[in-house]
Design a protein around this ligand. Structure first.
Ligand SMILES: [Zn+2]
Length: 402
């Protein structure tokens, strides 16, 4: 609860804090100066009390505040105490009863959503996904999006059907003489506790997609969700949903592209054109003597990178990530190299070549057929399926016979 300190330090706080306790709230409630005369206070109170009477559609909580404020400020002794020690002084000093003996703190500074309370409840946020291309995340963009929101017309008043609770009790006969009590949301105010005229409003919001924003990042419009009586409106959040790109994959500020090279390109050099996300043509070219491997150590894909050609960093777009290239090397197929050319290749390519000594009379020369690694282990006669049946406890008949 607001305003109440823990640990029994109230009296010390009272004496020390007479300078910083709140001694203006009640005057503000009545809309008068601290120096107002008793006459002026009375006049202000009457005006407000008539205007905000719940029977005339006024807010019940505010009406209570007005009455409590008047009760204190119209009593010269209580007013003096309040001016010196704030509400704390009144609570402690034992007011003359009435509204002053109620929990003044929760009335003015907390409790269930008083309209003048320090922290009103907030309505629910609304999330809208926004699909954004990688190009737009690279370059930045403003997207205009329309939202339909509920706005309140005029003042809200406490729902008379549920007395502001938002819930009503209902009795339902479940058998002869047996009644069940059911609590459910008040149908007249839809559980809000307040009734108010509402209308739909179409609002066009300009969503700024900043350079380098990440997938699932939020663009927040505070208080743009539906207006609810006696509540601060929630936020409208636009949530960036990065669209897949046909060329680039993204992780953080880095980009990745895949490139298949012929063996000739992998060995002898290459150059290819990449249309970058900002429309620039970037030529990725190998250096003389550079060789692209079929795979990296440990069987990992072979990658190289172009520094600073990734995405702009969000918040600091001049610092960019890197552009990774994941290579696949396409070897020539059987028969694509002529036997005469093989001779030439053998001369130029490094490494061993057909160095194998064997006795042609005793050694067997064999050749290779195409195969699939998934077939490994499936050779030989395949009649043992039953022996490896998954429910091993019931051994197969064949197994028992043998
Ligand atoms: Zn209601």
């Amino acid at each position: 609860m607001h305003g109440r300190g823990g640990g029994g330090g109230r009296s010390s706080r009272r004496s020390a804090a007479s300078a910083n306790v709140d001694t203006t709230k009640l005057y503000e409630t009545l809309g008068v100066d601290k120096s107002a005369t008793a006459q002026e206070i009375k006049k202000a109170y009457r005006k407000l009390a008539v205007k905000h009477h719940p029977d005339k559609g006024g807010d019940e909580h505010y009406f209570k505040e007005i009455n409590a404020a008047y009760e204190i400020l119209s009593d010269s002794e209580m007013r003096t105490k309040y001016d010196k020690y704030g509400l704390e002084g009144l609570e402690e000093g034992g007011g003359s009863g009435g509204a002053a003996s109620e929990d003044l703190f929760s009335m003015f500074f907390g409790g269930r959503g008083g309209r003048r309370s320090a922290g009103p409840r907030r309505g629910e946020d609304v999330n809208h996904p926004v699909k954004v291309s990688l190009e737009d995340l690279y370059n930045g963009k403003t997207v205009k999006l329309a939202v339909n929101r509920q706005v309140l017309v005029g003042e809200a008043r406490v729902c008379t059907s549920c007395d502001g609770h938002g819930m009503v009790m209902e009795l339902r006969q479940i058998a002869l003489g047996m009644v069940q009590q059911i609590q459910r949301a008040c149908p007249d105010c839809e559980g809000e506790g307040y009734q108010c005229q509402k209308k739909k409003e179409r609002k066009v919001l300009e969503v700024l997609i900043e350079k380098g924003m990440q997938n699932k990042q939020k663009v927040v419009f505070q208080g743009m969700a539906d207006e609810k009586p006696n509540m601060e409106a929630g936020n409208v959040n636009f949530i960036v949903q990065e669209k897949d790109h046909e060329l680039f994959k993204r992780k953080g500020a880095d980009l990745l592209i895949s490139k298949t090279l012929s063996l000739k390109e992998a060995l002898c050099g290459f150059a290819w054109k990449v249309m970058h996300l900002d429309g620039r043509e970037v030529i990725i070219k190998s250096k003389p003597g550079e060789v692209i491997q079929a795979e990296a150590a440990g069987g990992r894909p072979f990658v190289k990178c172009v520094p600073n050609e990734g995405m702009p960093s969000h918040g600091n777009p001049f610092v960019k990530g890197n552009l990774y290239v994941l290579f696949t090397v396409q070897f020539p197929k059987d028969g694509e190299i002529q036997p005469a050319d093989v001779k030439q290749l053998r001369r130029f390519l490094p490494g061993s070549a057909m160095e194998c000594d064997y006795d042609e009379d005793t050694a067997e020369v064999v050749h290779l057929e195409n195969a699939d690694v998934r077939s490994f282990g499936k050779g030989g006669v395949q009649n043992q399926d039953a022996a490896y049946d998954s429910d091993g406890e019931q051994a197969s008949p064949q197994c028992q016979q043998s």
